[in-house]
Design a protein around this ligand. Structure first.
Ligand code: C2E
Ligand code: CA
Ligand code: CA
Length: 744
């Protein structure tokens, strides 16, 4: 009777403890894998009571290797597994079935000194039945013990104890399975990873809340459905075949892999998902589990990155990569294409000066115009900030390219109104044909770029088709630029001065500074031979600033030498206006050399004057207001409209040489000259005619009321010393004339 247990260390009730191992009684390494972390044995008290009854002992205990013990009749019976094994060295008391029976502990030298024997509760008789799990591992011990030694232990009692031990094992293993199942189920249901399990025919046997939420189902709404409901109809064929193969014993094609597929939500919307499949054989047959991850966000991010790689971020237009890709594909398939590269003048200026919002809107409006003029199959792309490209697929015909280019040029004819800004944008177009103008996409595009350079240098607003000679011309241009660079270092550039005459007085009233290159090998090189190459290079700026400085220095030097004050006109490069520092540079140069604003005139051509926005003209306007002269060079030869004279800060119009040349023979030219003179007068501007070579031309101009002239008739551009002599003579001549007039 367990209840009858007596003695100071025995208690009447059930106690549960953790094993308190002693140094000589080593604990096993840890609980067997199947052992649940928190063990509970239902009806353990009754089981222990039963064991004590069967063995007729006051003490009964169940101890698990994890440390848990339930005891009946004794509170200090510790570490029964340790006690049971104390004899391991000599196998005393060990029965064949693994039970340990010790009839008298004092007669057993391996146990007589054991603390449970020598001390409380002074065990004399001990039976330990191992609790052996399904896998053969010892889960613990069922033991009975007495303070009295026994001579025998009936085999029936032993068999019954073993039955109780089996019940305990079953309970333990059920508990363990149940606990694992509980934990797994809790985890599967609460995890945020969508999970789905189906049987071999595809019936959904489990779907966790995350999965139901992701796919738009009510809680429990997926149970019993066929997994096909989440497979797009177009994939039902392969899906059904895959399931059938698997049921027939094959492993699922996707098992163990992570794949990106499309899933259908309850509302029919398809989403990209990442699917990891696993399969196992359960008691009910084959089961398939899937973790499913919605990757819509990642996909759209990937798509965005992909788009960015092929798209200009500001305009959303396809970018250079896309053009290359397109051309490569066309060439790979032996196809043909035309590439037009559009150099847009004024786009960068609008961005820089009016801000990106205006610049972007301008580009957008421009693209709408261009698209309207393109076939639907054409690709419009943005190569750089101010370069667009058009790829015409399946077309490599020079005439068709030209027709398209001409149509595109027309898109730039009218200013584009963006908010309050009427923005003028110009364009030059270069074109190349694939495959004839390049062996690969890059080369075709480079050819179109070369053609664009040519179109730009030819004044813009025009179209040039690539010619192989452009490559050698480009090489020559680079070579020339290198030489000019050296010329600048060696100070081989100089300014010559061409007189400007006031016909009414017959005297020099000013001069135009004209650049020359004194090449040690070639002699004096005229600007026509090297300026075109420079205009589109960075050298334009350094040369441009130098001309202002040098003209001011020379003018001041002449004045210093006692010559009469004479304004000097300096030609401007477009880059100088773009640089944004023109006003400061001019003012500083004037100040440095003690000149007044009226001593300098800036000559601008319409490539400079036709800036798309007001902002670019501000430096000229400020200089004009301060008294610096602004002359419109070559007026009437280009696209400058009369209306722009209204807003352009000007003091002078220069009638181009081409009108003067045939003034006597071409009534049309004569009419233009007359008209320009009238306009100038009407606007209160000075008007000077260029290129007068003969007395007849002079007379015709005079008759039209033209007072200011410049031309070979009065002198070519001359070296400073020569010009000074001329100026001195002019001065002396007029002085003697004045003296004569006074004398008469
Ligand atoms: P431009 O500004 O129209 O300069 C006038 C050009 O016409 C000069 O040629 C001049 O020598 C030439 N010319 C003047 N009178 C006559 C004439 O009666 N008959 C003929 N046939 N020609 C005449 P140049 O010096 O060769 O300059 C050519 C162009 O080079 C200039 O045209 C100007 O656009 C540019 N240029 C010259 N010097 C400079 C400079 O310092 N800076 C800049 N940016 N451009 C310059
Ligand atoms: Ca000029
Ligand atoms: Ca001119």
């Amino acid at each position: 009777m367990l209840d009858d247990a007596s003695g100071p260390s025995c208690s009447a009730g059930l106690t549960t403890t953790q094993a308190c191992g002693t140094p000589q009684l080593q604990e096993p390494d840890g609980p067997p894998s199947a052992m649940p972390a928190a063990v509970d044995i239902p009806h353990v008290e009754r089981l222990l009571g039963l064991a004590a009854d069967i063995a007729d002992t006051p003490i009964a205990a169940i101890s698990l290797v994890g440390g848990h013990q339930w005891m009946k009749g004794c509170s200090s019976l510790c570490n029964i597994p340790g006690f049971a094994r104390a004899q391991d060295g000599c196998l005393r008391g060990l029965e064949l079935d693994g039970a340990v029976i010790v009839h008298d502990t004092l007669a057993d030298p391996t146990r007589s000194t054991h603390p449970l024997v020598s001390g409380e509760p002074s065990l004399r008789f001990f039976v330990g039945i191992p609790l052996i799990g399904q896998k053969g591992d010892v889960l613990g011990w069922l033991s009975v013990a007495d303070r009295m030694a026994r001579s025998a232990f009936p085999s029936r009692a032993r068999a019954r104890l073993k039955r109780i031990a089996r019940i305990v094992v079953e309970i333990l293993e059920d508990e363990s399975r149940g606990a694992v199942y509980d934990q797994a189920h809790g985890f599967l249901s609460s995890t945020q990873s969508p999970l789905l399990i189906s049987d071999g025919v595809g019936t959904i046997t489990f779907a966790n809340p995350a999965c139901e939420r992701m796919l738009g189902y009510q809680p429990g709404g997926m149970l019993g459905l066929n997994v096909r409901v989440i497979v797009p109809t177009r994939f039902h064929g392969p899906h059904t075949a895959g399931m059938a193969a698997m049921v027939a014993g094959g492993t699922p094609r996707l098992a163990g892999k992570t794949v990106e597929v499309t899933a259908v939500k309850r509302d029919g919307v398809e989403i990209p998902v990442e699917l990891s499949l696993s399969s196992w054989r359960s008691s009910a047959g084959i089961a398939i589990g899937a973790t499913i991850r919605d990757i819509s966000e990642r996909r759209s991010r990937d798509a965005r990155l992909l788009r960015l790689a092929h798209q200009d971020p500001r305009s959303g237009l396809p970018n250079r990569n896309r053009v290359i890709e397109e051309l490569t594909a066309i060439q790979a398939s032996q196809g043909e294409a035309t590439v037009l590269v559009l150099g847009v003048e004024g786009l960068r200026g609008a961005n820089d000066n009016l801000g990106h919002a205006i610049g972007d809107a301008l580009l957008e409006a421009l693209c709408v115009r261009l698209t309207a003029r393109l076939d639907p199959g054409a690709l419009l792309a943005r190569l750089h900030s101010d370069e667009l490209a058009v790829v015409l697929r399946g077309l490599a015909d020079p005439l068709a390219a030209q027709a398209c280019a001409q149509s595109l040029v027309l898109a730039f004819a009218e200013p584009i109104q963006v908010g309050d800004h009427p923005l003028h944008v110009g364009v030059a177009i270069g074109a190349a044909l694939a495959p004839s103008h390049g062996s690969d996409a890059e080369e075709v595009l480079a050819s179109a770029d070369l053609a664009l350079d040519r179109a730009r240098r030819d004044g813009g607003r025009c179209f040039r088709l690539f010619e192989p000679a452009m490559r050698s011309a480009e090489a020559a241009r680079r070579n020339l630029l290198d030489r000019v660079r050296v010329a600048i270092e060696r100070q081989e550039l100089e300014l010559h001065y061409q007189p400007q005459i006031d016909l009414e007085t017959g005297r020099i009233c000013g001069s135009e500074a004209l650049i020359r290159w004194r090449d040690p090998e070639r002699g004096l090189v005229m600007p026509g031979e090297f300026l075109a190459a420079i205009e589109s290079s960075v050298l334009a700026l350094s040369i441009g600033w130098w001309t202002i400085e040098e003209a001011c220095r020379q003018t001041a030097a002449w004045r210093e030498a006692g010559l009469p004050p004479m304004p000097v006109a300096v030609n401007l490069f477009a880059a100088q206006l773009r640089a944004g520092t023109l006003e400061e540079v001019v003012k500083e140069a004037l100040e440095r050399h003690g000149l007044e604003p009226k001593d300098l005139e800036i000559e601008v051509t319409e490539t400079i004057a036709l800036r798309p926005d007001d902002h670019m003209l501000r430096p000229l306007r400020n200089l004009n207001e301060s008294g610096v002269g602004i002359a419109f060079d070559d007026f009437g030869t280009g696209f400058a409209s009369l209306s722009m004279l209204k807003s352009f800060p000007l003091t002078k119009l220069k009638i181009d040489r081409s009108f003067v040349r045939d003034i006597l023979t071409a009534p049309f030219d004569a009419a233009i000259v007359k008209g320009l003179l009238d306009i100038g007068r009407g606007l209160g501007l000075q008007v000077i005619a260029e290129g007068i070579e003969t007395a007849e031309q002079e007379a015709a101009l005079l008759a039209m009321g033209c007072r200011l002239v410049q031309g070979f008739r009065y002198g070519k551009g001359m070296e400073p010393a020569e010009f000074a002599t001329r100026l001195a003579a002019d001065h002396a001549g007029s002085a003697s004339k004045r003296r004569l007039r006074r004398a008469s």
